[in-house]
Design a protein around this ligand. Structure first.
Ligand SMILES: O=C(O)c1ccccc1NCC(=O)[C@H](O)[C@H](O)COP(=O)(O)O
Length: 267
């Protein structure tokens, strides 16, 4: 595990203990299950939205809402998640990804809630999931999908977390950065496989990461290329390799109108 991931995971362990004292696991679970019975909050179908967008010939874009990151500092200030969500939806995003980690990304659960309430498209809770508590919490705040980062997790943990998510109707994006992680990820059931082009140890970003792992990705997985997609040439390079799902943050967060930037990048 990288230094920053070590730090983030240590923080998450402390947060889960503290959060459980504020809202118990049983209460969080009850909230999650209530949401599943409420038409406003039941899962919107994250993978389905990516697939139906790609089926029309367009790129399946997971458009990220993040105020800041460890590698880049502040990306957007002022920051209005509801406006950004509407702009993304109006300009063709298949899904949203909202950072909820506070300490390292200046995110918040409230940002996810505001973004989801402002649109109809499904939302990934972008956080560092290490404990089932966070999955109940994700569903309780309205998330439609969660992220599992292989570099942070043992295989048994990943399987347990995936089963918990699926039980609640949440989709799972499993994220890898190298070949051993990819092999591990293939033990999960989720068809959604993210390759992060960012090395979380050095913060170096290269799209070659996705291209170098391509041959290892089975046909029954939907590959999402993540991080460092900045130009139309980047998009074209990926599409030339039949990669049609993208997770993009910085390029949109730095634009005046994030949705317009999405439309331009993928036109
Ligand atoms: O971005 C970071 O600095 C970072 C550090 C530690 C863990 C994760 C980190 N980033 C999360 C992401 O993977 C990106 O937010 C996402 O893929 C979008 O990337 P980009 O389009 O380059 O903003």
């Amino acid at each position: 595990m990288s230094d920053i991931l070590d730090k983030i995971v240590d923080t998450k362990k402390i947060e889960v203990v503290a959060d459980t004292k504020k809202i118990s696991l049983a209460e969080q679970r009850q909230r999650a299950e209530e949401n599943n019975r409420n038409p406003l909050f039941k899962p919107r179908g994250f993978i389905q939205s990516i697939e139906s967008t790609i089926a029309t010939g367009k790129a399946g874009v997971i458009a990220e809402i993040k105020k800041a990151s460890p590698s880049k500092g502040i990306l957007r200030d002022p920051f209005h998640p509801a406006e950004i969500a509407q702009s993304y939806e109006n300009h063709g995003a298949a899904c949203l990804s909202v950072l909820t980690d506070q300490q390292y990304f200046q995110g918040a659960n409230a940002y996810l809630q505001a973004a989801r309430a402002a649109c109809q498209i499904p939302v990934l809770r972008k956080d560092f999931t290490i404990d089932p508590y966070q999955i109940y919490e994700a569903r309780a705040i309205g998330a439609d999908a969660i992220l599992l980062i292989v570099a942070c997790l043992e295989l048994n943990q990943m399987k347990e977390l995936e089963a918990c998510a699926h039980e609640l109707g949440l989709d799972v994006l499993v994220e890898v950065h190298n070949a051993p992680e990819l092999e591990k990820a293939l033990h999960l059931n989720t068809p959604l496989l993210g390759i992060n082009n960012r090395n979380l140890k050095t913060f170096e970003v290269t799209l070659q990461t996705t291209l170098s792992l391509l041959l290892m990705v089975p046909d029954n997985k939907r590959l999402v290329t993540e991080s460092g997609i900045m130009t139309q040439a980047d998009v074209q390079l990926m599409r030339d390799h039949q990669i049609n799902a993208f997770l993009v943050g910085e390029a949109f967060m730095r634009a005046n109108d994030p949705g317009l930037a999405l439309k331009t990048l993928f036109s």
